[in-house]
Design a protein around this ligand. Structure first.
Ligand SMILES: Nc1nc2c(ncn2[C@@H]2O[C@H](COP(=O)(O)OP(=O)(O)O)[C@@H](O)[C@H]2O)c(=O)[nH]1
Ligand SMILES: [Mg+2]
Length: 296
């Protein structure tokens, strides 16, 4: 199955329920209650009340309401911000537990290695030995290298070591994995702040990018997560995972709208290849039903 069809299948629940709402009529015969249903449908797909209201308002005024709806959603998602270039390029990956950080790092390592880059991963999730083992499996599969320390050691020290080694051994890409943590746990958030700080001491101006990994099925709580993490580690981009499985997926729109952070990649499965660069058009086409003939 292609990436697109996997995304499309993942989002089919949202799309189907929205399709039932979109009457496929010209603007003048969509009734107010039908508009309300569409707005509610967008909210139920996790698009957020504010965004749903804004895009419906625009669509209502348009002669091609469905197309206008799609265009304004696409605009929300198109956040132009080139990824910083550096050698070594240093990336910090963070997020709450189980969102797919380690898996995504494996996929990213695989992608960079396939581009001929020398990739080094820092195992700064030192809470459980199993976490390091899991990362090692991915790193090996991707053909990258790993820096690790004993279980329970200071994650900031692992990050520092990884960057120092990466510089000394001429790596192109350095990625730091971190333990999952909830944004409400102050001591763990402080620990993450320290990782961030120490990375800047290991190499000026780094991390170059900070990607927050969000589970696409999380819904509203993702907004709170991104907000809190951003205060601590100055997030530069998002990765949204599990879009092959969620029944919703509209949360991506809400996050882009609120934080103006670009979505860098999306995860659409559990294997090394299941990572795709985010494509706003493909995403919207998966989330919304196709405009009907008489709408165009
Ligand atoms: N279906 C699906 N599962 C994923 C995806 N990304 C990660 N997972 C699964 O989510 C679970 C947690 O992943 P992990 O990388 O350990 O999360 P971490 O705690 O953030 O490091 C694992 O079972 C992964 O296989 C994805 O894009 N799609
Ligand atoms: Mg992990």
């Amino acid at each position: 199955m292609s990436f697109f069809s996997r995304l499309s299948q993942g989002l089919s629940k949202s799309r189907d329920s929205l399709a039932a709402l979109f009457p496929g009529k010209a603007k003048e015969i969509i009734s107010d209650s039908e508009w309300q249903d569409i707005e509610d449908g967008l909210i139920m797909a996790d698009c957020g009340a504010q965004l749903a209201m804004d895009v419906i308002k625009k669509a209502k005024k348009s002669k091609q309401p469905m197309q206008t709806l799609k265009d304004s959603m696409q605009q929300t998602l198109n956040i132009e911000q080139p990824i910083q270039e550096a050698k070594p390029f240093v990336l910090l990956v963070a997020g709450v537990n189980g969102t797919g950080k380690t898996t995504t790092i494996g996929k990213l390592a695989n992608m960079y290695a396939a581009q001929g880059k020398k990739v080094l991963i820092g195992a700064a999730d030192t809470f459980r030995a199993a976490a390091v083992e899991q990362l090692e499996v991915w790193v090996k599969r991707a053909g990258a290298d790993i820096v690790k320390q004993a279980e329970g050691s200071d994650p900031a020290s692992v990050a520092f070591d990884t960057i120092s080694r990466g510089i000394a051994k001429n790596y192109d890409v350095i990625i730091i994995d971190t333990a999952g943590r909830v944004q409400t746990d102050t001591s763990l958030m402080n620990e993450l702040a320290k990782v961030y700080r120490v990375m800047g001491k290991a190499l000026d101006g780094c991390p170059h990018e900070v990607w927050h990994v969000v589970d696409g099925g999380t819904g509203q709580n993702a907004v709170v997560q991104v907000e809190k993490f951003r205060e601590i580690i100055h997030t530069t981009g998002l990765i949204v995972t599990k879009l092959d499985g969620t029944g919703k997926g509209g949360v991506v729109l809400q996050l882009c709208d609120k934080f103006k952070l670009p979505v860098r990649y999306i995860g659409v499965g559990e294997t090394l290849e299941d990572l795709m660069p985010f494509d706003a058009t493909a995403y919207i086409d998966s989330l919304l039903p196709q405009p009907k003939q008489d709408d165009a």
